[in-house]
Ligand binder design. Structure first.
Ligand SMILES: NC(=O)c1ccc[n+]([C@@H]2O[C@H](COP(=O)([O-])OP(=O)(O)OC[C@H]3O[C@@H](n4cnc5c(N)ncnc54)[C@H](OP(=O)(O)O)[C@@H]3O)[C@@H](O)[C@H]2O)c1
Length: 419
């Protein structure tokens, strides 16, 4: 391949949650121009979820140091911290990883559905801001389609294990008689939906809050639960025995002081499950007597225990991915030939149009029907002469034969402007 596809990532596999969150790129939209200007990547896509911060890029000249440096400056980090946490792969291995992502194989909850939506959102926003181009758009479109097909054919996503259900299970394992406890869910987003579904399925009553009461009410209409005012909750955590916190707030909502106050008003302990990343519960609350705090790291452990059925399918999915990587790779190699093919078609077509115009004026032809027939004839002649060599160039590119591409460039006098 003429171009390199790079994947640089920090994920829950190598880094615990408190380290992972440091790599977060706060403003993705303004990060794109920075990456494009300073990291040597001329296309990029950022994927950020609670379990991973990943960068996919396209470049002819790959420079790992420049990527690290740009990321470090965007996240306000020293470059050294990348040594222990960052994984970088390129081309075939990067394609393989992207297919693991879209098929759900690399997720903490193997086969979970959320990652697919998150990847779709990432490529859409990269496309809208023109951060991605032909290479990454093609790669992501294909990887999303392949991932969806793998999920459907393998059944890896079946069975309803989610971050939400695992969190509820964790609460059940740690609290006696959860049924009689007062449960509060903070947040009305995707994760809260998963928690609410699980609570509902298991027959627990719960309260729900988010910044606006209307939003909580709308959420409760479909997901169950009782909407409560955000302000009342912030000053009254003591009314609840179990808190599930799943928000994208950029600061601690559940603070040390608020929980210290809450505990004073209670006789019993409290369990707090922070499903957010970055965290929205101050870790210091775990030092308060009677408070049990759990976060995504503990959920990861719980997930491992509950994955047996899905894990049996992992081997099948891995085999499909191994086959699909070569398909993806061929499509990407084919792209190397596209600028040349496009250029040849464009030049030949403008020659065709020029000659057609000349011939029509010599004939002094005005009959629209005849003009149409002559025009179609010129198109058909050009198409039948050019399409075979062009398809052969594409095939050669797909099969990794750059020599033919070079010869064809010389024959057609093509110069790649990007190079
Ligand atoms: N999606 C996943 O697969 C997944 C899995 C595990 C963990 N997580 C983590 O879980 C958290 C929530 O993710 P999500 O996918 O549910 O996000 P989401 O769908 O975007 O929902 C975000 C929620 O956060 C609330 N929120 C945002 N800013 C807030 C603030 N300043 N104060 C109070 N509430 C605020 C929003 O409430 P409003 O309605 O008031 O805006 C909304 O309810 C994130 O930290 C994420 O990293 C996500």
């Amino acid at each position: 391949m003429n171009q390199n596809i790079i994947n640089a990532r920090v994920t829950f596999r190598n880094s615990p949650i408190h380290i992972l969150e440091k790599f977060t790129i706060r403003d993705v939209e303004s990060a794109y121009p920075q990456f494009k200007e300073h990291s040597g990547l001329d296309e990029c896509v950022i994927i950020q979820t609670c379990n991973r911060i990943e960068l996919f890029g396209k470049t002819k000249n790959y420079d790992q140091q420049k990527i690290k440096k740009t990321w470090a400056s965007l996240a306000g980090l020293d470059e050294e911290i990348f040594d222990e946490n960052l994984e970088i792969e390129k081309n075939e291995k990067a394609f393989h990883h992207l297919l693991k992502l879209t098929s759900g194989l690399d997720s903490m909850v193997v086969g979970e559905e959320q990652i697919l939506g998150q990847i779709k959102n990432s490529i859409t926003s990269a496309r809208n801001t023109k951060a991605s181009g032909q290479h990454l758009n093609t790669l992501f479109d294909k990887a999303i389609r392949i991932g969806t097909r793998i999920r459907n054919s393998s059944g890896i996503s079946q069975g309803g294990i989610s971050v939400g259900s695992m969190a509820v299970k964790l609460a059940e394992e740690n609290i006696d008689e959860l049924k009689f406890k007062k449960i509060l869910l903070i947040g009305t987003g995707e994760v809260s939906t998963l928690v609410a579904k699980s609570l509902q399925r298991r027959g627990y009553d719960f309260a729900v809050t988010s910044r606006t009461l209307e939003r909580s009410q709308a959420f409760c209409e479909t997901m169950g639960g009782k909407a409560v005012r955000f302000e009342d909750v912030l000053s009254g955590f003591g009314n609840y025995d179990v808190l599930f916190v799943a928000t994208t707030a950029p600061y601690f909502l559940v603070t040390f002081d608020r929980i210290t106050d809450a505990v004073k008003k209670r006789n019993n302990g409290m369990m707090i499950l922070d499903l957010s990343n970055p965290r929205t519960v101050d870790e210091k609350v775990a030092t308060i007597g009677g408070i049990k705090l759990m976060n995504l790291d503990q959920i990861a452990e719980m997930v491992e225990k509950n994955m047996k059925a899905r894990l049996n399918k992992v081997k099948t999915v891995e085999n499909i991915i191994n086959e699909e990587v070569s398909v993806l790779q061929a499509s990407m190699k084919r792209l190397d030939a596209e600028p040349l093919v496009k250029d040849v078609f464009k030049n030949i077509d403008s020659l065709r149009q020029k000659e057609l115009k000349k011939a029509l004026s010599m004939l002094d032809e005005t009959d629209e029907k005849k003009i149409k027939i002559i025009e179609e004839l010129t198109k058909a002649v050009v198409e039948s002469i050019v399409s075979t060599p062009m398809n052969n160039i594409r095939k050669a590119s797909e099969q990794g034969k750059p020599d033919l591409l070079e010869i064809a460039s010389k024959l057609f006098d093509y110069k790649n402007e990007q190079e």
